[in-house]
Design a protein around this ligand. Structure first.
Ligand SMILES: [Zn+2]
Length: 183
C-alpha cells in the first residue's frame, strides 16, 4: 500500500478515506458530536487524547488533534468517572447529572490533571464521525503544531488553514467524481 505515514499502528493511505482506527471512546466534551476525550485504537489498544481543532460552519466536518496518552491516565479517569456512573462502551459520554457544581469542578480538575500527562499532539485528522471513517489525516508539522487552538472551542477563523493543511478540497473533488459516475 502507498502510505504517507502512520497513525498509531495503522498506515495513513495516499488516498483517503480510511477506516477509523479508534473503536472505543470516552467523550469528555460534546457539541452535536464529540469534541474532546480519549480514544482507544481497536488494533493495538493504545490510547489517545483527542481535541477539536477546527470545524466547518455546519460543524459536521471536524478536525481533531491526536496525542498519545499513558494507559494509567486513562485508567485513572475511568475510575474517577465510574464512581459517578456506569460506563457505557464503546462510546461513553458521562452525563454526571448527580453531581453538584463544586463536585463537578473538582472532578474536572482531577480529570484535567490526568489529561495533562498526554504528549504533544502528533497528528490531525478530519472526520464527520471519528469512530467510523477518517476523511483526511497527517502528521503534524511545526507549523501545524503552532496553529493548534489554545481555547476549548475553536472559532471559524482558522478553518481555511486547516482545510488547506489537510487538502480537504481534494477530498470534495473526489466525492464529486464518484457522484458523476452514478449517471
Ligand atoms: Zn494502534
Amino acid at each position: 500500500m502507498n502510505t504517507t505515514g502512520w497513525i498509531c499502528c495503522q498506515p495513513l493511505p495516499a488516498n483517503f478515506p480510511m477506516d477509523s482506527p479508534f473503536g472505543k471512546f470516552l467523550s469528555l466534551g460534546y457539541y452535536d458530536g464529540t469534541t474532546s476525550g480519549v480514544s482507544e485504537c481497536s488494533n493495538c489498544s493504545s490510547l489517545f487524547r483527542y481535541k477539536l481543532v477546527a470545524w466547518d460552519s455546519g460543524q459536521d466536518m471536524r478536525i481533531y488533534s491526536i496525542a498519545s496518552l499513558p494507559p494509567s491516565s486513562f485508567e485513572s479517569i475511568v475510575k474517577l468517572l465510574t464512581a459517578v456512573e456506569e460506563p457505557r462502551w464503546p462510546f461513553w459520554r458521562p452525563k454526571l447529572s448527580p453531581l453538584t457544581g463544586s463536585e463537578m469542578s473538582s472532578l474536572g480538575a482531577a480529570i484535567d490533571a490526568e489529561l495533562s500527562n498526554a504528549k504533544l499532539p502528533t497528528h490531525v485528522v478530519a472526520a464527520e464521525h471519528l469512530d467510523k471513517r477518517i476523511l483526511a489525516g497527517r502528521e503534524l508539522s511545526a507549523t501545524g503544531l503552532g496553529m493548534l487552538p489554545k481555547d476549548h472551542y475553536p472559532g471559524f477563523a482558522d478553518w481555511d488553514f486547516w482545510r488547506t493543511y489537510l487538502a480537504l478540497d481534494q477530498l470534495e473533488g473526489r466525492r464529486g467524481d464518484s457522484s458523476e459516475s452514478v449517471d
